[in-house]
Design a protein around this ligand. Structure first.
Ligand SMILES: [Ca+2]
Length: 188
């Protein structure tokens, strides 16, 4: 049995690659097939670690994670419901308006990146209150709207709210203040 198998194996190994003998002036064609495939990656995650803005200073609130390997790129932008301020809320039921002279509190955002940003992309690591007041504020965008992206993005941004130190005394005064920041990831 083993001997027979060996003979078959030797016969197979010895078999030359089959070709075709051509007649004079004849022609013949055959093909090589080539393949290259990379799965597309387009991933977004937001994770909140804190929401209480108790004092002035730089207060971490969470992170945003993005992965993308597509040549036409992506965008990440923010929209502040209250246009870049912690907005004073009515707190006395049945009595409209602020009861204690509250004033809205400006804030800005800072982002600390960890990882790689694709060549052809750019990010804005500080977004001021005024930028949030103008509608959509880009965190990550294409450096050139018509350009293509030449390398992959795999990055995490730690996100912090910044309240300037000159607001520290105001931060100690009575009131209830809120804002909601919506972060949108858009695969272009
Ligand atoms: Ca795309």
């Amino acid at each position: 049995m083993l001997r027979n198998l060996s003979i078959v194996l030797i016969a197979l190994l010895a078999t030359p690659v089959l070709g075709v003998a051509l007649d004079p002036d004849d022609s013949k064609e055959d093909t090589f097939t080539l393949n290259h495939k990379v799965d597309r990656s387009s991933f977004f995650k937001l994770h909140q670690t804190g929401s209480n803005i108790a004092t002035s200073g730089t207060i971490p609130i969470g992170y945003v994670q993005v992965k993308n390997n597509t040549r036409d790129g992506f965008r990440v932008y923010l929209v502040s419901e209250n246009s870049g301020v912690l907005k004073a809320q009515d707190t006395v039921a049945g009595t409209p308006g602020l009861q204690d002279g509250e004033v809205d509190i400006d804030y800005s955002l800072v982002f600390t990146p960890k990882g790689s940003l694709g060549s052809g992309m750019q990010h804005n690591l500080a977004i001021a209150s005024a930028a949030l007041a103008n509608g959509e504020a880009n965190l990550v965008e294409k450096a050139n709207a018509t350009g293509s992206i030449e390398s992959l993005t795999d990055i995490v941004y730690d996100v912090s709210v910044v309240i300037s130190d000159d607001k520290e005394t105001q931060m100690q005064m009575a009131g209830t203040y809120t804002d909601t920041i919506t972060v949108t990831y858009q695969d272009l």
